[in-house]
Design a protein around this ligand. Structure first.
Ligand SMILES: Cc1cc2nc3c(=O)[nH]c(=O)nc-3n(C[C@H](O)[C@H](O)[C@H](O)COP(=O)(O)OP(=O)(O)OC[C@H]3O[C@@H](n4cnc5c(N)ncnc54)[C@H](O)[C@@H]3O)c2cc1C
Length: 336
């Protein structure tokens, strides 16, 4: 089987994904999660068939045009593929501001320099122009209020490639984004349902957008927002959320830390212990609730399991697990 990309013919091994084959031959392809979630490795077919499974999560219009997720694509015949950035899939932006919220979390505002429609709570892929380094970030803004700019909340990790590069940018510097993606957003049909929003660290970003969006759309059910962290540095936007809570009766808001020293001075404003344990004491029956879980992968996956066992329907749980990037492996055969 042959895979053709940029005039190169690559031998595709049985069971090998298009992304694996391209990375092994040294092609510079955007990717992040390698699990069909972040959608950063989208390519387009020119000829040949892609399996339906490699188009899961794409919009009908994108499927129609031959877009597919190269990490999930294991073709059964020859395939010719191209990048899709000449089709307007990427959107240019420029930096408006970087604002420190805690010692390691920054609010990043970007001006959109083109057409870009999204729902609050979705995420984008941010691309470093020099080498196509790609990472996903959730949208904390609501388009109805913020028509020209988007807001991201970025945790800066020691040695983190993208987060540290972002912090080195200045006003008006260019950044590309791709998206929007993800199904963590509010729908009008949720209006009278109770909402449980649980965010770990910068997992608050999409939830902040969803909260504002729900209230703007006249939500009538209760809304319980839990913001959890490992240290007080992970918790931010308390004044902003307190202000929303004070004006909107059905919103309840709690912050907490997973492992807190009992006599710590930092304990005062926050609860302590596992978020799921606290929530299970507060909310005994989650049947029919709409649940949004955002933050680190392990915590989100655990919370999903716990709330499912507590009576929530899996189809009512919307989760954005913040996967971390995996390094590529090199060394495959290029024949031309
Ligand atoms: C759907 C989705 C949405 C996301 N939304 C956001 C968001 O709104 N805000 C945000 O800050 N991030 C978000 N992320 C995570 C983000 O994409 C990056 O993984 C993160 O910013 C680290 O990238 P980096 O290049 O700075 O670090 P990398 O160079 O990828 O990693 C460097 C080192 O940092 C540490 N590290 C990286 N990520 C983590 C982690 N999650 N937990 C613990 N240690 C880590 C590890 O030690 C790693 O070796 C999201 C991820 C996904 C998949």
């Amino acid at each position: 089987m042959f895979l053709t990309y940029k005039d190169h013919k690559i031998i595709l091994q049985e069971g090998q994904s298009v992304l694996e084959a391209l990375l092994e031959t040294g092609e510079s392809i955007s990717y992040a999660c390698k699990q069909g979630v972040c959608q950063s490795c989208v390519l387009k077919t020119v000829s040949g068939q892609v399996p339906t499974a490699s188009q899961v999560g794409l919009k009908p219009t994108q499927k129609e045009q031959g877009y597919f997720l190269s990490c999930l694509c294991k073709p059964e015949g020859d395939l010719e593929v191209v990048d899709c950035d000449d089709l307007g899939f990427k959107v240019p932006t420029s930096v408006v501001s970087l604002e420190k919220l805690t010692p390691s979390i920054y609010k990043v505002r970007l001006k959109i320099e083109g057409d870009f429609a999204y729902k609050a709570g979705q995420y984008i892929n941010l691309i470093r122009p020099s080498d196509q380094l790609t990472r996903s970030y959730s949208l904390a803004s609501v388009q109805a209020f913020d028509t020209e700019e988007i807001e991201l909340h970025v945790k800066v990790f020691p040695g983190g490639e993208m987060s540290n590069w972002l912090m080195s940018l200045s006003e008006k510097d260019s950044v590309e984004i791709m998206g929007p993606m993800g199904d963590c957003f509010y729908l009008p049909s949720f209006k009278d349902k109770n909402l449980l929003l649980l965010g770990y660290g910068t997992g608050l970003a999409p939830l902040y957008g969803i909260l504002k969006d729900a209230l703007t759309q006249g939500h009538t059910g209760d809304i319980h927002l839990y913001h959890w962290g490992n240290t007080p540095e992970d918790l931010y936007y308390q004044a902003e959320i307190d202000s929303i809570v004070s004006k909107n009766a059905p919103v309840f808001y709690k912050t907490g830390l997973e492992a807190l020293e009992k006599d710590s001075l930092e304990a005062a404003p926050h609860l302590s212990g596992e978020a799921c344990v606290v929530i299970q004491k507060d909310l005994t029956d989650l049947k029919d609730w709409k649940i949004f879980l955002c933050g680190g992968e392990a915590k989100v996956n655990k919370a999903r399991r716990i709330f499912y066992l507590a009576g929530a329907d899996l189809s009512d749980i919307y989760a954005d697990a913040f996967f971390t990037w995996q390094k590529p492996q090199v060394g495959a055969e290029k024949v031309s």
